[in-house]
Design a protein around this ligand. Structure first.
Ligand code: FAD
Length: 430
């Protein structure tokens, strides 16, 4: 076996440094840790705290706001390593939002909000782990969202119930207390679904319609981005319900119900009605990083498959000598390598590409990496025979997660739609 089959792309000095640091940190959290998080469906808080302690949650926040000031080139290394360490897809997913939701804040929030919030996020004192776009009737067709944000002019109105809580005095010094409703604000109503890490977050980046879809000439217009203080929102009518699920069990997803939840106008991020374009702005970078998470998951699965193929003896010899076992593992390696080359090359060149070119690279990368992760996990399960479904060998966990990567954050079909329409010039079906 080649000594280090994962060392297949050349890294910059900075990327090598990230890899070493993350490998060392992940070594503190072995397979048993991740197995247990999955079995008990518990969030990997100790792991997240360790990353926060070393400043990794602020990796994309500029140094002037207390962050590390790194970019997508380093984020792909970090996320690939975390997944490949045995954490699988759930491990990078546990912090994905915490890192990526700061990006639109850096780009579009007011200076005042940035100065108040970003140093705390960079220091790991506050988290923006949750991003709310999807709705029960708006998944792939996200602009079909109907959650509304209606502007309410100033005046100190108070909501019953929450006012009493304030009278009791909870000592909160946070700005924009929902119950107070002083100054201009927006009233949010509607439902979101599949929103991840809500219970592990202080803030939610919420997408809501400030103009209904029927009243805009283009469906991508009229959507705005808000920073929602979750503690205030719970006190003001936000309810959440966990969605039981089978993959990436350590990271929970929720259905959210907004009933007249007030958000101060200062928490509007960027321009009213332009929120969807702000999301598109960071989409390609984020998609590449998701591809790196899929890649790391596939590498973890392949690693387990190789180890078992060498060690398990049947009919007097190692099963890995049988080409029916060996070839699927070799194919998985080839597919992972192809995905890796695309991811690292695209991460390197992203700044030089226009939006369509970057979209093409990001969608190719995500598509290839999710397929490769699935093939690797499937081959690893088959290699393990009956133990392929035993929890103690982890490959069944990787397999469940690899299936999920074909669905999120964008389905494989929607990634192919982009390539068919934007790159190949084929007609649009919707
Ligand atoms: C574990 C998990 C975590 C998530 N976390 C978040 C989160 O934190 N925040 C958030 O906002 N969302 C989140 N999501 C939502 C996720 O982004 C959506 O599930 C995804 O975009 C697909 O939308 P949908 O489930 O509504 O599928 P649908 O849009 O209903 O699609 C159903 C199927 O039809 C196919 N399809 C639909 N239209 C077309 C077409 N034109 N051409 C070809 N095929 C088509 C799709 O590819 C899919 O296979 C999460 C989802 C999961 C499962």
């Amino acid at each position: 076996m080649p000594q280090d089959w994962r060392d297949s792309v050349e890294l910059t000095e900075q990327q090598s440094l990230v890899r070493r640091s993350i490998r060392d940190l992940c070594a503190e959290f072995g397979d048993e840790y991740w197995r247990e998080r999955d079995r008990t469906a518990t969030y990997p808080q100790a792991f997240v705290d360790r990353l926060a302690e070393d400043g990794w949650l602020g990796m994309l926040i500029p140094e002037e706001y207390g962050g590390v000031g790194m970019s997508t080139s380093e984020a792909v290394v970090m996320m690939e390593e975390i997944a490949a360490s045995g954490g699988g897809f759930a491990a990078p997913q546990s912090i994905h939002g915490g890192i990526y939701n700061s990006v639109p804040i850096v780009k579009y929030a007011s200076e005042e909000l940035k100065e108040e919030l970003l140093p705390k996020v960079a220091a790991g004192e506050q988290t923006i782990q949750a991003f709310g776009l999807t709705e029960p009737n708006a998944g792939s067709d996200s602009t079909a969202m109907t959650t509304s944000a209606d502007r309410e002019a100033g005046g100190a109105s108070e909501r019953s119930g929450t006012a009493a809580d304030r009278e009791a005095g909870d000592g909160s010094e946070r700005s924009g207390t929902a119950a107070r409703r002083d100054g201009d604000g927006y009233v949010i109503n509607g439902e979101k679904v599949w929103i991840s890490r809500v219970e592990n977050s202080d803030y939610l980046v919420l997408m809501a319609r400030t103009t209904p879809r029927e009243a805009v000439d283009k469906r991508t217009r009229g959507i705005s981005m808000f920073l929602v203080d979750l503690e205030d929102a719970y006190a003001d009518g936000l309810e959440i319900e966990q969605i039981p699920k089978t993959a990436s069990r350590a990271v929970h997803s929720y259905q959210l119900y907004f009933d007249d939840v007030w958000v101060p106008a200062r928490n509007l991020i960027g321009e009213e009605g332009k929120g969807f374009y702000q999301v598109l702005d960071g989409l390609n970078e984020e998609r590449l990083v998701i591809a790196a998470e899929c890649l790391g998951l596939g590498e973890a699965a392949l690693e387990s498959g190789i180890a078992y193929a060498n060690e398990r003896e049947v009919f007097g010899g190692p099963i890995g000598a049988n080409q029916a076992i060996q070839h699927p593992l070799a194919e998985a390696y080839a597919d992972l390598l192809a995905a890796k080359k695309v991811i690292y090359d695209a991460a390197d060149r992203l700044g030089d590409l226009d939006r369509t070119e970057a979209g093409a690279e990001a969608n190719v990368a995500k598509y290839l990496a999710a397929e490769a992760a699935f093939e690797a996990a499937d081959a690893a399960v088959q290699t393990h025979g009956g133990f392929g479904v035993a929890r103690e060998y982890d490959v069944e966990r990787y397999f469940r997660e690899a299936r999920l990567t074909r669905l999120v954050p964008v389905t494989q079909q929607l990634a192919l739609n982009y390539l068919g329409e934007q790159v190949l010039g084929l007609p649009r079906s919707y």
